[in-house]
Design a protein around this ligand. Structure first.
Ligand SMILES: [Zn+2]
Length: 239
């Protein structure tokens, strides 16, 4: 599985439970991160110089990857907040590089509304679309897009949140206690961003919310099933 995201912590606050679930099951998970998150504004982030924040967030991501069981990760070093403005050809080529290197069956990112609506998130989804098309038969057979379902979205109390519509949900992964533990450990590894976690804990029962993770699906080589699946590898042919 190849996960492609914009900022260190997207992988943990997002589909961290799914990543942990599959890595616990023996799936090799790889992560490509566009930025070092040097423009973060959560908690102590806003008080740190960009260089220092980027340095810390690289270390935090390494620790989070360990908690989630991510086999290998790399950070492209695109400017935080400027992912949509990087050279498109370069961005796509970098993803294709990892696709050819790891030969993932499944690709994963945020859904095309960007979840928080962040333009960096939206840009990464479109780059991944184009990279998968460019990779052709070497590419992943299916691409999933993590999001927060509309019925859960109000709990976050964030007006900018772009929810996943019910009719777009193509997979719902049940997350066991072990994987939830790994997800929360990964979130805590992002020490500069952990205030967001604490704010969510004030709003709802985070562990209960973490029991399910929902995904939309991009048009993919594997035919779409009629109803949401409970396994991202549904319909995948081994090669
Ligand atoms: Zn992000």
């Amino acid at each position: 599985m190849l996960c492609v995201f914009a900022h260190p912590d997207d992988e943990s606050y997002g589909p961290g439970g799914t990543i942990a679930t599959y890595s616990l099951a023996g799936v090799e998970v790889f992560l490509l991160m566009f930025t070092a998150g040097e423009a973060g504004s959560i908690g102590i982030s806003k008080d740190l110089p960009r260089d220092e924040l980027g340095r810390r967030r690289r270390l935090e991501l390494a620790a989070a990857c360990q908690a989630l069981g991510v086999r290998e990760h790399r950070i492209l070093g695109a400017p935080d907040g400027g992912v949509a403005k990087v050279d498109r050809v370069w961005a796509i080529a970098e993803i294709v590089h990892d696709i050819r290197r790891y030969r993932p069956h499944v690709a994963m990112t945020f859904h095309r509304g960007g979840v928080s609506g962040h333009p960096d998130h939206i840009a990464v989804t479109t780059y991944l679309d184009e990279a998968i098309a460019a990779a052709g038969n070497d590419g992943p057979q299916v691409m999933y897009e993590w999001g927060i379902p509309r019925d859960k979205a109000p709990l976050y109390e964030r007006p900018s949140l772009v929810p996943l519509e019910e009719q777009d949900i193509a997979a719902v992964i049940a997350i066991g206690d072990d994987a939830i533990d790994h997800k929360i450990a990964a979130i805590r590894a992002h020490a500069t961003q952990v205030d967001f976690f604490h704010s969510l804990e004030q709003k709802f029962d985070y562990r209960e919310m973490a029991r399910h993770e929902s995904f939309a699906r991009a048009p993919s080589r594997v035919a779409a099933p009629a109803a949401p699946v409970s396994d991202l590898f549904y319909g995948i042919e081994a090669d």
